[in-house]
Design a protein around this ligand. Structure first.
Ligand SMILES: Cc1cc2nc3c(=O)[nH]c(=O)nc-3n(C[C@H](O)[C@H](O)[C@H](O)COP(=O)(O)O)c2cc1C
Length: 226
């Protein structure tokens, strides 16, 4: 039994190392820098909030169908979209510093969401979901999700106003706000998802093409219900 467990751990580490070692080159080679303008988010109607709250539950099994642009657009907007003014968003932010950066990994590549303009910037055409799933301690269901939303933060934006002591607390709270928005929006669109906090921080930072000051904190894989 012990021997079998040891073998599984070794196999997992080998698989993870191979994928991680391969990613940076793949990412650089396929960096197309293309922009995807999303459909305008829907701001009225839809499922009542209380129904979405009542139905929310972690879903880890998905149908093999990609999200359409409308669904992708709505999920990104729910998490970090601009609602009013210059930069006010669907999720609150301490001192309106907006430290969060949102990414999405799909079969078509890895994208950065730009709230201003409501556009997705493609950083690579590589499908990084399998690597993400392995780094997230081998949670295979993550690779089956149509999209894996990646929440990162630039803490310095908050630290400039609040100092180091308050910053970690505020950034963590803000990620919770934004991730819950996304999860509830998924329910309202008849999609499923679950939050993921279990992953190797260093390996995730290395495997995903995000700037060094964007610290990755949380994942939310989303897909169609089975
Ligand atoms: C901070 C945090 C980290 C989590 N990490 C994981 C994870 O790595 N993998 C996973 O399958 N679920 C994860 N979850 C989801 C919880 O397992 C789930 O919310 C809990 O079992 C309650 O079930 P429910 O979401 O269906 O109400 C996480 C939830 C939170 C709040």
């Amino acid at each position: 039994m012990e021997h079998r467990r040891f073998l599984i751990v070794v196999l997992f580490l080998v698989e993870a190392t191979v994928l991680i070692a391969r990613e940076p080159a793949a990412v650089q080679a396929a960096n197309t820098g293309s922009r995807l303008t999303l459909s305008a988010p829907v701001r009225t109607g839809g499922m009542p909030l209380q129904e979405a709250l009542a139905r929310r539950a972690s879903v880890r099994e998905f149908a093999k169908r990609p999200l359409d642009t409308r669904e992708l657009s709505q999920l990104l907007w729910a998490a970090q979209g601009i609602t009013h003014g210059e930069n006010r968003r669907t999720a609150p932010s301490a001192g309106a510093r907006y430290p969060l950066e949102l990414y999405a990994a799909t079969a078509d590549g890895f994208f950065h969401y730009e709230p201003r303009g409501h556009v997705l910037q493609r950083l690579t055409e590589a499908d990084l979901r399998p690597a993400i799933s392995i780094i997230a301690v081998g949670q295979r269901w993550i690779a089956e999700a149509a999209a894996v939303f990646v929440f990162a933060a630039v803490s310095a934006r908050t630290a400039q106003r609040y100092g180091e002591a308050r910053t970690a607390r505020y950034v963590h709270i803000e990620i919770g706000h934004a991730a819950q928005n996304l999860l509830l929006q998924a329910v309202a669109l008849n999609l499923g998802g679950a939050p993921v906090g279990a992953f190797d921080d260093l390996q995730m930072q290395k495997a995903l093409p995000v700037p060094k000051d964007h610290t990755i904190y949380y994942l939310v894989p989303v897909g169609h219900l089975r």
